[in-house]
Design a protein around this ligand. Structure first.
Ligand SMILES: [Zn+2]
Ligand SMILES: [Zn+2]
Ligand SMILES: [Zn+2]
Length: 209
């Protein structure tokens, strides 16, 4: 499986609804927002620092990450991805859900993961659609819409982080080492204090935007 380019890779690979390493002492610090500019999951306290970036709200449904179809289809062509209606809003799952047993027999199934689907749909989630397009050798840019056409109003000087993020089409999906240190690398240290990640870590990333 190839790397998913740009923000799509981030959206389907990031962890959501985990504590924000930059705001460990704050309430409601679950990361439930995805910044398309930074390709990173952030918490509500991080959001002001990203106010000039396109953001998308991620929601939780039965322990799975979902986004509203209305939000997502402004960014990517969601056709053939099966939506679910939750609280009268249509949502799309970001990732395939675990299946108890492989489906055997005839029927309409996800082209990527074989989950049983309703009739007109081909994919159970965004990730399965993106992976299918890539496996087919298709160009993902055909289904991507450019997020946030707005220019950054202030602080426009310098390099554009968006281009480094999105121009990854066909290249790396995301730089390594940007995952927030929820779980610091295991060190041989027996010092329990080391469990606390450095709170500044995420900001080194945020600031680069
Ligand atoms: Zn950002
Ligand atoms: Zn935060
Ligand atoms: Zn699937």
């Amino acid at each position: 499986m190839g790397m998913r380019p740009g923000w799509v890779g981030g959206l389907v690979e990031e962890s959501f609804f985990v504590g924000c390493a930059a705001h460990t002492n704050r309430k409601k610090n679950e990361k439930n927002i995805f910044c398309l500019g930074c390709c990173a999951s952030i918490c509500p306290h991080c959001a002001p620092a990203h106010r000039h970036h396109p953001l998308i709200q991620v929601r939780r449904y039965v322990y799975n990450d979902v986004v509203r179809l209305d939000d997502l289809e402004r960014l990517i062509d969601c056709s053939f991805v099966q939506p679910y209606t939750i609280n009268s809003a249509k949502v799309i799952f970001l990732k395939p859900r675990p299946q108890s047993r492989p489906f055997k027999g005839s029927g309409n199934v996800c082209l990527t993961c074989d989950r049983i689907l309703q009739e007109p749909f081909h994919f159970c989630c965004l990730s399965c659609k993106v992976d299918h397009v890539m496996v087919q050798g298709g160009d993902l840019s055909n289904i991507l819409y450019v997020p946030g056409r707005r220019r950054p109003a202030a602080a426009g000087a310098g390099s554009s982080p968006r281009s480094s993020c999105r121009s990854a089409a066909g290249g790396r999906a995301r730089p390594t080492g940007r995952r927030s240190p929820d779980r610091p690398p295991a060190t041989a240290s027996t010092d329990r204090v080391a469990v606390h990640p450095p709170p500044r870590a995420i900001y080194t990333h945020v600031m680069c935007c």
